[in-house]
Design a protein around this ligand. Structure first.
Ligand code: PFF
Length: 456
């Protein structure tokens, strides 16, 4: 039976808007910034393969579970889990899953905004023409100059966080829905232009082997964990963003169809980014390991500096990347904002500003760890790396695992069947995924990795 609840925060105007909003959340820095350097750091094709398997077998069932929970509860993740635990007569402690999700999103936002700030800075760099004719050394220096300058980073971090707070405080419907409608296709188009350029470079075939010919000797427990974490990150899973977006979804929409469409678009964006970036990297003799988080910022400007109309295309590319980051960042801030509105009775503006302000302050820790605090390390990781590692590789998989367990094992069949809105075969496939495959995958990978780390 339908839950008959409605959300106090509103509802998407159509199924398409929901798909666009979730795609807006999913496609972001994860695809274009994080995927290429995670691939480079983790041995190429083998990582790509494990990541694709994680998306299909673990990511998809969890995505459906998360959206389903959100639509049934129709509140922020914390209150949704509280309500559903009551409905299904489960322990009231399930609300802690919502708390963990809201916390994870909040923590991710703190460093996401720093990297998104780089994209804003690069819009202006591209405009100024500094990339024209630049070689690999020059583009590396330009990036190095940016990250070693705390004042510039702080400026762009502040600009980006303010943009995010602005949208959230206005409500998601006005403005953003329109933006994703046109901007996502434009971003895909520009990625294709870059891939076409990369095909003409001598490093193309080497890059294709690096990306698509898995070398299984490269696979270690940590590779698999990073691939799993990345699958969660790129699909925006495990922290309540999709639960919150699902809570604004009409009862009539089919969750499986929309989820598959979103996962395909998200994966397509990442693979295009890889096919654009690696050929240039190999052409210029750069080693994958040298890239790190600055990879795309060091590599793509070389291409824009050489290609016809490169200046205009460079500006467009970084504008679109910034917008893709923006549509993702709002989904990181929305869950905590919705919760503050429900719990404290804040207005949306006040809720968005308070949460955004705290995320901005914490982000300064990540910002300084790129320069002044770069020597301060815990377990060999800087503050930025530690926050990224814990939130992406630990909190998101654990959050996703618990969502799958709740939706797959604890929710009654009538509730889950009613929410999923799919035929018998689709329902069975989801059920097997959510009950067995996804939880087993996450548990095995987490345990294996924990023992692998302890053993080493
Ligand atoms: N999926 C986004 C990206 O790939 O950039 C990042 C993200 C957004 C992660 C929202 C998690 C989230 F809830």
């Amino acid at each position: 039976m339908a839950s008959n609840r409605t959300s106090i925060h509103g509802q998407w105007s159509s199924k398409w808007v929901f798909i666009l909003a979730v795609t807006g959340s999913a496609v972001g820095l994860g695809n274009i910034w994080r995927f290429p350097y995670a691939t480079a750091d983790n041995g190429g094709g083998a990582f790509v393969l494990v990541y694709l398997v994680c998306v299909a077998l673990v990511g998809l069932p969890i995505m459906m579970a998360e959206i389903m929970l959100g639509r049934r509860g129709r509140q922020s993740p914390i209150n949704t889990m509280k309500t559903l635990a009551e409905d299904e007569r489960q322990s009231r402690h399930w609300y802690l899953l919502g708390v963990m999700g809201v916390f994870a999103g909040f923590i991710i936002l703190t460093f996401y905004s720093i990297v998104a700030g780089w994209t804003v800075a690069y819009v202006f760099q591209a405009m100024s023409g500094v990339f024209i004719g630049a070689d690999a050394q020059q583009t590396q220096d330009l990036f190095g100059d940016l990250v070693s300058d705390p004042k510039r980073l702080l400026l762009w971090h502040t600009v980006f966080m303010s943009m995010t707070i602005f949208v959230i405080s206005r409500g998601v419907r006005s403005g953003l829905e329109q933006a994703v409608r046109y901007l996502m296709p434009a971003l895909f188009f520009l990625l294709v232009v870059l891939v076409v350029y990369s095909m003409s470079t001598p490093g193309f075939s080497e890059a294709m082997s690096f990306l698509f010919k898995p070398d299984f000797s490269q696979i270690e427990p940590s590779t698999i964990l990073v691939a799993l974490g990345h699958a969660f990150f790129t699909l925006s899973l495990g922290m309540g963003a999709l639960m919150t977006y699902g809570s604004y979804l009409s009862d009539r929409t089919s969750i499986p169809t929309t989820s598959v469409a979103i996962a395909v678009m998200d994966t397509g964006a990442a693979l295009l980014a890889g096919m654009a970036i690696f050929p240039i990297m190999f052409t210029y003799g750069l080693q994958p390991e040298e890239g790190g988080p600055g990879l795309i910022f060091k590599i793509l400007p070389i291409a824009f500096g050489q290609m016809p109309y490169g200046r205009g295309l460079g500006v467009m590319f970084f504008v679109l990347l910034m917008l893709a980051a923006w549509t993702s960042a709002i989904s990181l801030l929305e869950p905590v904002t919705a919760w503050l509105v429900e719990k404290k009775g804040y207005t949306r503006i006040r809720a968005a500003m308070s949460a955004g302000f705290v995320a901005w302050v914490l982000g300064i820790g990540s910002l300084l760890s790129l320069n002044l605090w770069s020597g301060a390390k815990l377990f060999g990781l800087t503050f930025f790396e530690l926050v990224e590692y814990l939130s992406v590789n630990v909190l998101l998989p654990v959050g996703g695992l618990l969502m799958a367990v709740f939706a797959g094992w604890l929710m009654s069949k009538s509730s889950s069947l009613d929410e999923l809105k799919s035929g018998r075969i689709g329902y069975m496939a989801w059920k097997v995924g959510a009950m067995y495959i996804a939880p087993a995958g996450v548990i095995i990978i987490l345990l294996h990795n924990a023992f692998g780390l302890w053993g080493s």
